[in-house]
Design a protein around this ligand. Sequence first.
Ligand code: FES
Length: 291
Amino acid sequence: MIGRLLTRLIDAQGGWTKPLGDAVHGVLHPLFQRFPALRDLLNGRWLGHPLHPASTDIPIGILLLVTVFDVLGQPEAARVSLVVGLLAMSASALSGFADFADTDGRARVRGTLHATVMVVALFGYLVSLVLRLGAASSPAAAWLAGLAFLVVVFGAYVGGDVVYVLGNMVSRHAFRGAGTKWIALEPAELEADGSIPVGRPIRAKLGINGLVLVNDGTRILALHDTCAHAGGPLPDGRLVDGQIECPWHASRFEMATGHVRRGPSVYDQPAYEVRAREGGGWEARRTPAAG
Ligand code: FES
């Protein structure tokens, strides 16, 4: 099967993609940490959807046009498409770098291959553009653009792998049911008087789900304990202005609503309602979806 063959080929690159990826990550992670608003913009938090996979369609479509116009003998249209495609490719790369800055493990290794392949394609397209400057038409430039497009297709395949096979930037709650039945809540810690400790995150069990609870002194707030971004343990995070900050990549979610307030997560966190149970203790349910 072609997929298995390509996976073997991709995994065989780990000898150089891992150290290269770690080195690039070592630069990008602290850089984007310093500019959270820029990172949120590039991640797509404002959109509620990862920006990079959406933005990549634009340069791929335009760069395909370069070859279409070359084949049709329209060198001027091919040249304009190439310039626009290169600009779109560069803009899309920025959103990819923002995602990469908070990517770990195998996804980082494959993401490095994806980015490297795209840089090779970008270089090929740049040389193709140079060959076209000052020439009415250039068969070499057209062939080079065609080859570069094949490289782009392979790079897109690897990028798709990072999402569809490794689940990078996929919501960790994508397959969670939305059942809203009240279930007994079991906090992992209680004060001597049986109350939930105030002002700090507490672990709790709700059936098969783990929650993070915060007693703000007036009510018990609860979110799912697994960060939507990449599965970080929210009970190990810290509270900042009513938000829980993930200990892995510092996404922040409002404890009262689950709304994401800072990336790299672009997804909200499942929120739960908590109430006192008749006869003592607590029960909770997933907050019903609005509307
Ligand atoms: S796992 Fe990445 S921010 Fe929580």
